[in-house]
Design a binder for this molecule. Structure first.
Ligand SMILES: Cc1cc2nc3c(=O)[nH]c(=O)nc-3n(C[C@H](O)[C@H](O)[C@H](O)COP(=O)(O)O)c2cc1C
Length: 366
């Protein structure tokens, strides 16, 4: 019987062999902004493991403060282009596809980064018109670099509390100029970034846009209070050049708006007419759905997977993204495809501290 999770899917001309994406995960191993051979081997292992589309960790655009942690990669640091070329080549040689996630941390940088040599520990300043224009341009420059490097697509990171998400969220965006106000005005920055990225890569290159309601600053935050507000955001982004939406949730099974079972990806697809990727605690084992880092997450294993398959079959969304489970278990997609569910490892906290490359337990068995 055919398995919908392992059926091909096409986004703007890019055909993926299955419906499984690796969610972007910042690792901090790219010293000086340059991914080294260990990072290339790490991504190659997920391609070998059967991931249909690898989405890289956040890559900071070329602006002061765009990166919130040391070890976040860029495309502009000396040596970064060669480092990324090795990553892209490694993934392609293993038969994989890889999209780069473009990122600006904005205010995420303020508190947690006191160890960062040039961390801003104060409340970030309101961006000037020049800052805004330069930041939009920097996204375009990074997008062009990614295309030249041979990436298969891009993801604009507009979720989880970073700069683009801060413009979208009224809790952060208190501007009284053209970039703040109602939902249409709060979306203008995201639109301008998406237009710049589309202009830089041309029409035939997949651009995903990552959205979330929540911010790491406030898990109860909402960029859209209603489906109508969400539609305003998404349709503007489609007009600007977004091909698909990656809807960041902490738990994929949680409905988004009252009166419907649809999750955020489901709403994104319905309202935009574009493909959507869901994410959030896929493949995690154990009863305790905890916080983002420590959570060993519920609704996983066979039950979670059959629910995901059914929801793709129903057309609610098109793909799933897997984060933490892929940190621990590079072979996660192959094991699911071959129904070797007893070999799935879930997520081991120890795999945050290193790049797991081999297919061996992250922690030695007793
Ligand atoms: C260590 C770590 C780093 C992350 N870094 C990013 C990032 O750079 N960009 C991003 O969009 N999301 C980031 N996330 C969120 C993940 O992409 C994903 O949405 C989240 O982990 C939920 O999926 P999961 O339950 O499968 O792990 C990160 C998550 C973790 C655990």
């Amino acid at each position: 019987m055919s398995d919908i999770l392992f059926s091909p899917f096409t986004i703007n001309g890019l055909t993926l062999p299955n419906r499984i994406a690796m969610s972007a995960m910042t690792r901090g191993f790219s010293t000086g902004g340059v991914p080294g051979p260990d990072v290339a081997a790490y991504y190659r292992a997920r391609a070998t493991g059967g991931v249909g589309l690898i989405i890289t960790e956040a890559v900071a655009v070329d602006r002061p403060g765009a990166s919130e942690l040391p070890g976040i990669p860029t495309f502009h640091a000396p040596g970064a282009v060669a480092g990324w070329k090795a990553v892209v080549t490694a993934v392609h040689e293993a038969g994989g596809r890889i999209a780069a996630q473009l990122h600006h941390a904005g205010a995420l940088r303020k508190a947690e980064t006191s160890a960062h040599p040039d961390a801003l520990n104060d409340e970030p300043a309101t961006m000037s018109e020049t800052d805004i224009a330069d930041t939009i341009a920097a996204f375009g420059t990074a997008a062009a670099a990614a295309r030249r490097l041979g990436f298969d697509g891009l993801e604009i990171h507009g979720a989880n509390g970073n700069l683009i998400n801060q413009f979208l969220w009224s809790g952060r965006n208190t501007r009284s100029d053209a970039w703040g106000g109602d939902v249409e005005r709060r979306t203008r920055f995201a639109v301008a970034v998406t237009q710049a990225v589309r202009a830089a890569v041309g029409p035939d290159f997949p651009i995903l846009f990552r959205i979330s309601q929540f911010s790491q600053e406030d898990y109860a935050a909402k960029i859209a209070e209603t489906p109508d507000e969400l539609a305003t955001i998404l349709r503007a982004l489609v007009d600007a050049g977004a091909d698909a939406f990656h809807a960041s949730q902490r738990r994929f099974w949680e409905p988004q708006f009252a009166g419907s079972d649809l999750n955020l990806a489901g709403w994104a697809k319905k309202l935009s007419g574009k493909p959507a990727i869901t994410v959030g605690s896929v493949g995690l084992k154990g009863p305790d759905v905890g916080d983002l880092i420590a959570g060993q997450g519920g609704n996983a294993g066979p039950a979670g997977l059959s629910e995901l398959r059914a929801r793709i079959e129903r057309g609610e969304f098109d793909m799933i993204a897997v984060g933490r489970a892929l940190l621990t278990d590079p072979q996660w997609p192959n094991k699911v495809r071959e129904d070797r569910l007893d070999e799935l490892r879930g997520f081991d906290l120890a795999s945050l501290g290193r790049l797991v490359i081999e297919d061996a337990p992250a922690t030695a068995a007793a």
